[in-house]
Design a protein around this ligand. Structure first.
Ligand code: FES
Length: 135
C-alpha cells in the first residue's frame, strides 16, 4: 500500500535547502543528504526520513506504505528534532499505538528534516531486524 491517506490532513513541512547528515545508531558512517539529489518520492512525505533512508538503501518497516496509518516506521530522533516538522494530531494518534513511546518518538514517514541540523536516529530494537544496510 502506498499513496495518500484521505483521512488525514498533511502536515506542514519544509524541505531542506542545505545538506545535512543522518547518524543512524549502529552504523559506522553518517548518511549525507543533499537537497535536490533525493527523489522525494513515496513512501512517506516528500523529504521524510522514511523516503530519504529508503532512497539511501536503508530498509525500514513501513507496513502502511508511509501514509500515517500504522506505527511500524516508529523511530527515535535523539538529536535534531528541532529541525523537523512538528508531529501533528494524526501522527500523535498513530504513535500512541507504538510500543515504548518516548518524547523522541516519531513516525519516519511523517518526519521531515529541514536541513538546519544533523539528525541522530535510533531504530527501536523491536524494529531492528527490519533494518538492513544497502549496498
Ligand atoms: S509507514 Fe505506516 S505510519 Fe509510517
Amino acid at each position: 500500500m502506498s499513496g495518500k491517506n484521505p483521512f488525514i490532513k498533511p502536515p506542514k513541512t519544509k524541505l531542506p535547502t542545505k545538506g545535512y547528515s543522518i547518524f543512524l545508531e549502529g552504523m559506522d558512517a553518517p548518511i549525507r543528504v543533499e537537497p535536490g539529489e533525493l527523489p522525494y518520492n513515496e513512501p512517506g512525505l516528500p523529504g521524510s526520513l522514511l523516503s530519504t533512508l529508503l532512497a539511501k538503501g536503508i530498509e525500514i518497516d513501513h507496513a502502511c506504505g508511509g501514509v500515517c496509518a500504522c506505527s511500524t516506521c516508529h523511530i527515535l530522533v535523539k538529536k535534531g528534532l528541532d529541525s523537523t516538522n512538528e508531529a501533528n494530531d494524526d501522527e500523535e494518534d498513530m504513535l500512541d499505538e507504538a510500543p515504548a513511546l518516548t518524547p523522541m518518538s516519531r513516525l519516519a514517514c511523517q518526519c521531515v528534516p529541514d536541513g538546519t541540523s544533523d539528525i541522530h536516529l535510533k531504530i527501536p530494537e523491536w524494529n531492528r531486524n527490519m533494518v538492513k544496510e544497502g549496498h
